[in-house]
Design a protein around this ligand. Structure first.
Ligand code: FAD
Length: 519
């Protein structure tokens, strides 16, 4: 017999190796000897009260053996002779689109401007150490897209858009830990993601698909309102039938190309701000109500903050406990920040984007003349501002949190995980009022909500500007562009996702649409 039950375990109890069996026996009113095994289905930590509680959902096996860990199975077919579907971009959306094509019996041909995960590392080193951005291979571009050298947090609010469990099982099938199927806040870590991404590529190739790196699409040929040909940077032209456009939100050249071809785009509301970095022990002590180091059983603490400031949302974004701030620019002449963390989340810093909602239709009147690109131009200006304020390298402008809020230049800064370095700058006066003013008020409120958060030991660093796309590419109910047949805008670049999991789910949906399955 198998019984699913919920258990509450205190931190002290959690240290006991047999605690789940003992508690299960008590809840079920049976002897421990009758329990042949326990499988954890869900685990979360509740640290809202002084007493930290581990909440478990477990399957208790009574007088019957626990099955081996389920091997997740995906029915990938031999597609070497099947009809082709071209996919531009090999981020989460492109990868999952390609895998779904293979399942459905179509042959994906993936074109990716960046390098494979291994070669990409050299370009990341160049950004961090030499302040040089390779415009085709960086933290956003290359195998696995922006999702590879990322945090690998897998939570999504887009539960309605697809089958999250299926996405997770597929990650496990390709080498991610099966812990992601259990944790309430699943996370893979930047050290583990490249192998998973590489395994996805191998599945595609081993089943007859193609994945081409260093292959940038620079033009499309459209005839009779149908996409016919892709032109690559090396001049090669490729005739195509269906095209999934999964180029992400940083491929500005693709937006410009669509615009030049009179293909409809829309300006999109988004959010921008700064990244704030605290010593991890401060966040731990707030979240776990502890004075010294957190208990070894507890992961580096995270937080999620959201507040309305004068009717405008200010919120934390992509919080990385035990992580690093990374330079995520895709061109020289701009400074863009994002965060990542290793699977153990054992770095000494906690960083998070703190961003302000920007309504593309109400807030950007000075940028109206840029039309559909008004939000994108605003984003570019902010990134260039950060570049200039940081000293025209990848060094980022920064201020102590308290100085930022009080409007003072910082005489010195706190240590930081950001490898290219920080330069003291008056971000409080440099940032547009819309962002700077909302952030300053927001930080004060956050400090009241989380005692200890508002501290001079934290740095505010500029800028967090790529939270989502500032442009969207419309599509109809068949997920095709309304003007161009056989072109399927997909993932974050189209404005249909915000994160790894939602991009992956959208990739699957677009593949289904391109393969002729429409729900
Ligand atoms: P992308 O991942 O942006 O992929 C697009 C791909 O298209 C790129 O590989 C690019 O090289 C390629 N491409 C672009 N133009 C062309 C062209 N012309 N020709 C050929 N190829 C082209 N999200 C989370 O959910 N959790 C996290 O923890 C997280 N951490 C992040 C950390 C960092 C440092 C960054 C940068 C992002 C992070 N994100 C995170 C965001 C997440 O990575 C993105 O939401 C996701 O990758 C979007 O997927 P996508 O496939 O739509 O686009």
């Amino acid at each position: 017999m198998i019984k699913d039950i919920q258990l509450r375990v205190t931190l002290l109890e959690e240290k006991h190796p047999n605690i789940l069996t003992r508690k299960s026996a008590k809840v079920l009113g049976i002897s421990e000897a009758k329990i042949s095994g326990i499988k954890v289905l869900r685990k979360s930590i509740d640290a809202r009260k002084k007493q930290i509680i581990f909440n478990y959902k477990v399957a208790v096996y009574i007088n019957e053996p626990v099955p081996e860990t389920s091997a997740y199975h995906f029915d990938y077919r031999d597609v070497s002779k099947a009809k082709s579907i071209h996919i531009i971009g090999f981020g989460p959306a492109g990868m999952y689109a390609a895998l779904r094509c293979v399942e459905l019996g179509f042959r994906p041909i993936v074109l990716e401007r960046g390098k494979n995960v291994q070669d990409r590392r050299r370009d990341l080193k160049a950004i961090n150490q030499d302040h040089f951005v390779n415009e085709d291979s960086n933290y956003c571009f290359g195998e696995g897209g922006a999702g590879t050298y990322s945090d690998g947090k897998l939570y999504t609010r887009s539960l309605k858009r697809g089958d999250v469990r299926r996405i997770f099982e597929n990650l496990v099938f390709h080498g991610a830990t099966d812990q992601i199927l259990v944790d309430a806040h699943p996370h893979i870590g930047t050290n583990k993601l490249p192998k998973v991404v590489q395994n996805v590529r191998e599945t595609i190739i081993n089943h007859g698909g193609e994945v081409h790196f260093d292959t940038k699409v620079t033009d499309f040929v459209i005839k009779d309102n149908t996409i016919k040909t892709l032109v690559l940077q090396n001049g090669e032209a490729m005739d195509v039938d269906k095209v999934i456009l999964a180029t992400g939100h940083s491929a500005r050249d693709i937006y410009y190309l669509l615009y030049e071809k009179n293909i409809a785009l829309e300006a999109k509301s988004f959010a921008m701000g700064v990244r704030v970095e605290h010593p991890q022990h401060i966040i731990d002590s707030i979240q776990y109500s502890c004075s010294g180091d957190r208990d070894d059983l507890l992961p580096a603490a995270s937080y999620s903050l959201v507040e309305q400031v004068n009717g405008r949302g200010v919120y934390s974004f992509c919080m990385c406990p035990g992580g690093f701030i990374v330079p995520s620019a895709t061109a020289n002449g701009e400074v863009v920040l994002n965060g990542m963390s290793p699977s153990k989340r054992n770095n000494q810093f906690a960083n998070s984007g703190i961003v302000v909602e920007i309504n593309a239709h109400k807030d950007l009147y000075k940028y109206e003349h840029f039309g559909v690109f008004k939000a994108l131009e605003y984003q570019k200006d902010l990134e260039q501002l950060a570049f200039n304020a940081g000293g025209r390298t990848q060094t980022a402008p920064a201020q102590r949190l308290t100085d930022f809020v009080e409007g003072k230049l910082s005489a010195d800064l706190n240590p930081s995980s950001y490898q290219p370095g920080l330069k003291s700058a008056p971000l409080h006066s440099l940032l547009p009022k819309l962002i700077g003013g909302s952030l300053r008020n927001g930080f004060k409120i956050f400090g009241e909500k989380m005692k200890g958060y508002y501290t001079e030991e934290a740095n505010v660093i500029g800028v967090e500007s790529r939270t989502s796309s500032p442009v969207s590419i419309p599509r109809n109910e068949r997920l095709e562009h309304p003007q161009i047949s056989n072109l399927f805008p997909c993932g974050e670049g189209g404005g249909y996702a915000g994160g790894i999991v939602s991009a992956a789910m959208d990739g699957e949906r677009c593949a289904e649409a391109a393969c002729g399955i429409v729900d």
